[in-house]
Design a protein around this ligand. Structure first.
Ligand SMILES: *Cc1c(COP(=O)(O)O)cnc(C)c1O
Length: 476
């Protein structure tokens, strides 16, 4: 779309033109896909429109307005310079079918990002194709499946711990594998249960480390031995990489396949379900199985290689989610190795600081020291005849986004909190004070919360099951 055309579309006089007098004849679109009648757009002066959209934006809550401690989602502050780079016309206006000679800069960035991620993950090769962590999981399982098949070693089971993130069992079931769930012992993989579960049917063991309780699985090497001895592969769910980056890596823990959640660890605003990117890294033995294309370099420059010997094929179009890749690249380059390690240290420090501040008010199951996130139990709310969800709603009145609640499921009335590395001590203190204050409040105040938000308590189940996703004008 040319910028002239874009300007014309947003010309302000379009907004104040009466809908019923709108011309649709000089429309450049083919008749088959254009409207017969002009859309009914309210007849309002420009400043009313400005006020309307401003008001809407003020009713919203985001990382740029306040603390957003959504555990597992890593809602961290995303630097504005990466957004600026990601919206540069040189990045946004390339066409996927432009000849390689014309996009050498783009390919160079992708190539370097592959290399940087491989190093950070301790992997041999990386494909930038998958569009999210969940798609990375499917991709990884497809690689494992193909690898075993090529070795005439068909296996039908994937083992997961009961702390697994919901996308893990979903990916396992989408791939048609049988799911074997093993229990945790004191919040970490129960080694005896793993030994019992692993066998000749084990295709993959999938885990995130630190796990979703924020606990580091210190038996990672023993776990990998058990799985490898049984002929299985180890998959590392990289959503929690921001807790170990620069300190250790999945390769050092003998993982064979992993994904990176670029939108979590390496920034990109991803509220509302997107956009994301979930590159997959593998060991040397599995490198030829990666999805195509892979960016390669030779004496003539950079190329997209579509001819990888054992590739599982395509999982996404051409460049993958290019703008997210670009932002992650810019973020990694700006931070540098030391900066990334410092981000990890700060994330872990903030998490443990806040845990310590909240422990007197709520319950902390399992061991004390956590990585980048921690899980509390809101079962004290039960003494008031209330639940964790009421506490979460009441936090909105104090100006905070609620943490993740009711996950992981093995903690009663769970609250999962991830402060991230960028929050200040003052913000963490204010959040802890808000929780302390709520725990002293009367049941009625908490039970009816939120009181100060634009929308009160909504029926969330109905909103999901019976969504109204279209906008309809009221009849005049
Ligand atoms: C977010 C997350 C995923 C899924 O990643 P998406 O990019 O949202 O698809 C998987 N595992 C864990 C532990 C996560 O936190």
């Amino acid at each position: 779309m040319s910028s002239n055309y874009r300007q014309a579309r947003y010309k302000e006089d379009l907004l104040i033109e009466r809908a019923d007098s709108r011309e649709v004849e000089d429309n450049p679109l083919p008749k088959s896909i254009s409207r017969d009648e002009a859309p009914k757009i309210p007849d309002l002066p420009k400043h009313e429109i400005v006020r309307y959209f401003n008001r809407l934006s003020q009713m919203n809550y985001g990382i740029d307005t306040g603390f957003y401690p959504l555990g597992s989602c890593t809602m961290k502050y995303n630097p504005k310079f990466t957004e600026k780079i990601g919206s540069h016309p040189k990045a946004t206006e390339i066409h996927p079918y432009q000849p390689e000679e014309m996009v050498q800069g783009t390919l160079e960035i992708m190539y370097e990002l592959q290399e940087l991620l491989a190093e950070l993950g301790g992997m041999q090769s990386v494909s930038l194709q998958p569009a999210a962590g969940a798609q990375g999981e499917i991709t990884g399982l497809m690689i494992a499946h193909q690898y075993h098949k090529d070795n005439d070693d068909e296996r039908n089971e994937v083992i997961l711990p009961d702390t697994a993130h919901g996308t893990n069992p979903a990916s396992v079931s989408m791939m048609g594998y049988d799911l074997v769930e093993i229990p945790s012992e004191d919040g970490c993989v129960d080694i005896d249960a793993l030994e019992e579960a692993a066998g000749e049917d084990t295709a993959v063991f999938m885990i995130t480390n630190p796990n979703t309780l924020g606990l580091f699985e210190k038996d990672a090497c023993q776990i990998s031995e058990i799985i490898h001895q049984n002929g299985g592969l180890l998959y590392y769910d990289g959503a929690n990489l921001n807790a170990i980056m620069g300190k250790t890596d999945p390769g050092a823990m003998n993982f064979d396949i992993m994904h990176f959640n670029l939108h979590k660890t390496f920034s990109t605003p991803h509220g509302g379900g997107g956009p994301g990117s979930g590159p997959v890294g593998v060991t040397e033995e599995l490198s030829s199985y990666l999805p195509i294309p892979i960016v390669e370099k030779d004496s003539e420059g950079y190329h997209l290689n579509y001819d990888l010997e054992n590739s599982i094929g395509r999982v996404k179009g051409i460049y993958g989610n290019w703008l997210v890749l670009l932002k992650a690249y810019a973020y990694i380059k700006e931070k540098g190795k030391d900066g990334l390690e410092e981000a990890t240290e700060r994330a872990v420090l903030n998490s443990n600081y806040l845990r310590k501040k909240l422990e007197p008010h709520l319950d902390l199951p399992y061991r004390e020291l956590r990585k980048h996130e921690f899980v509390l139990s809101g079962k004290k709310m039960k003494d008031k005849g209330l639940k964790t969800t009421d506490l979460a709603k009441r936090l909105l009145d104090y100006g905070f986004h609620a943490p993740t609640i009711y996950f992981p499921q093995l903690v009663d009335e769970a609250l999962m909190i991830e402060p991230t590395e960028t929050e200040t001590k003052e913000t963490l203190d204010r959040f802890a004070e808000a929780v302390a204050s709520i725990m002293d409040e009367d049941e009625e105040v908490i039970g009816d919360a939120p009181h100060n938000t634009s929308v009160g308590r909504v029926d969330e189940t109905k909103a999901v099951r019976d969504s109204v996703l279209s906008y309809k004008m009221r009849e005049e």
